[in-house]
Write a protein that binds this ligand. Structure first.
Ligand SMILES: *Cc1c(COP(=O)(O)O)cnc(C)c1O
Length: 399
């Protein structure tokens, strides 16, 4: 059979880097996915917070088709229209003055780290290069971003790591304050730790961190690769906290499924990069930028999708809280913002994910015991009701 042969070849020819479900997806539309053997799935993963418009949104498809017919790649020795339009749109809607485009989250963070160091060396002293991140953070898999990632289990085996990184507990202002010294050039944080288990920090924490960084000439880098582009109900999660970063990184949702990373920066910091400082062959590729532009334009148009996603986030959250009340022995906490929601269990959640998969619903487990929900922003009440029904059935079996 075709599917069996594909799965056999997958185990022969692909590097063994992911624990995958034995399914081959061939088609998607909106919230739904179909496998090669014709089974239908409801998608609350959205490709790990990537497919914010759902699968094959007509405007996304048309933008990609149109651009593919015109021009796909020319290199950064020349200008093309899509990255210019996209950079302007991102700056119009954020704190930023300039944008550097790359192809992934790790690369967006890598650019942020390099820029922070170069800026601080030039502006202050050659030794001002160290970066503080949070325990349980996730910033990517390249060597520098893996070092920034405060999770020893992900770093293990890849030493020596990049020098100049240290870690403090998330949402603990005093710990951060005492970790800072005169060599600190940047503090790098996620507004909500997505991979770390949908861990939140208080508004006060971010305000205090912002004030401290400003006072000491330390850059605040916000990694919004997961929380950005509408995921938490506002275009960027920093808007919830009444602060602005100096550098912000985006990827996941930005391209609506087409790979792209972006590093957004204030003018005085951006100055540290001059021709030759940094680059990427594919970065700012017209095809990916056209896809990202269409994604953002669709998301921002009249603010409807954002306000609807907030309404769905509230609906989802209260449905999960209700579920928690029904199964207090299994569910310990429900937390999140907008459509990034975590539900912590008293046990490992892999079997819940498996049980949902068998019932045609895709969800995710993070930090071992936290179910993570990050559906496309077009999710409806009916979709949420369907998921809750499946979760209820699975929880009943568990308790
Ligand atoms: C996914 C993620 C990254 C890494 O993005 P890649 O595109 O996989 O390199 C970095 N930071 C955060 C917060 C993420 O969620």
């Amino acid at each position: 059979m075709e599917v069996k042969r594909l799965l056999d070849d997958a185990s022969l020819y692909l590097m063994n880097t992911y624990k995958r479900f034995p399914v081959v997806f061939v088609k998607g539309r909106g919230m739904k996915l179909w496998s090669a053997d014709g089974k239908e799935y409801l998608d609350f993963m959205a490709g790990i917070a990537v497919d914010i418009l759902g699968h094959c949104h007509p405007r996304h498809v048309v933008a990609i088709q149109k651009q593919a017919q015109k021009l796909v790649h020319v290199s950064n020795f020349y200008h093309t229209e899509p990255p210019i339009r996209l950079a302007k749109l991102l700056c119009d809607y954020s704190f930023a003055d300039r944008v550097f485009f790359s192809n992934s989250g790790a690369e967006a963070n890598e650019a942020a780290i390099k820029l922070a160091r170069k800026h601080s060396k030039e502006r202050f002293r050659a030794e001002k290069t160290s970066i503080i991140t949070a325990v349980n953070s996730f910033h990517g898999r390249t060597l520098a971003t893996l070092t920034a990632t405060g999770q020893p289990k992900l770093q293990s085996g890849f030493e020596p790591l990049v020098p100049g990184f240290s870690y403090v507990p998330f949402n603990d202002y005093e710990a951060l304050k005492s970790a800072i010294d005169e060599d600190t050039c940047a503090v790098m944080l996620e507004p909500i730790q997505g991979e770390g288990g949908v861990r939140m920090a208080s508004e006060d924490y971010f305000r205090h961190v912002r004030d401290l960084c400003t006072r000491l000439g330390i850059l605040l880098i916000l990694d919004e690769i997961q929380t950005g582009t509408g995921r938490t109900g506002t275009l960027f999660a920093y808007e919830h906290y009444g602060i602005e970063p100096d550098i912000l990184t985006l990827a996941k949702g930005l391209g609506g499924g087409i790979p792209i990373g972006a590093t957004l920066v204030r003018e005085d910091v951006a100055k540290a990069f001059t021709p030759g400082s940094h680059g990427s062959t594919f970065g700012g590729n017209p095809l990916s930028c056209a896809a990202a532009f269409a994604t953002l334009e669709t998301l921002l148009e009249d603010g409807i999708m954002l306000s609807e996603s907030r309404r769905m986030g509230d609906y989802f959250m209260s449905a999960l809280v209700k579920l928690q009340k029904q199964f207090p022995k299994v569910i310990t906490e429900v937390r999140g913002k907008g459509l990034l929601i975590g539900m912590e269990l008293t046990r490992e959640c892999a079997m819940v994910v498996q049980a949902c998969f068998e019932r045609g619903v895709l969800i995710n487990c993070t930090a071992g015991n936290t179910l993570r929900f990050m559906p496309p922003l077009i999710v409806t009440e009916d979709d949420i009701d369907r998921l809750i029904g499946v979760l209820k059935e699975v929880m009943e079996r568990l308790s």
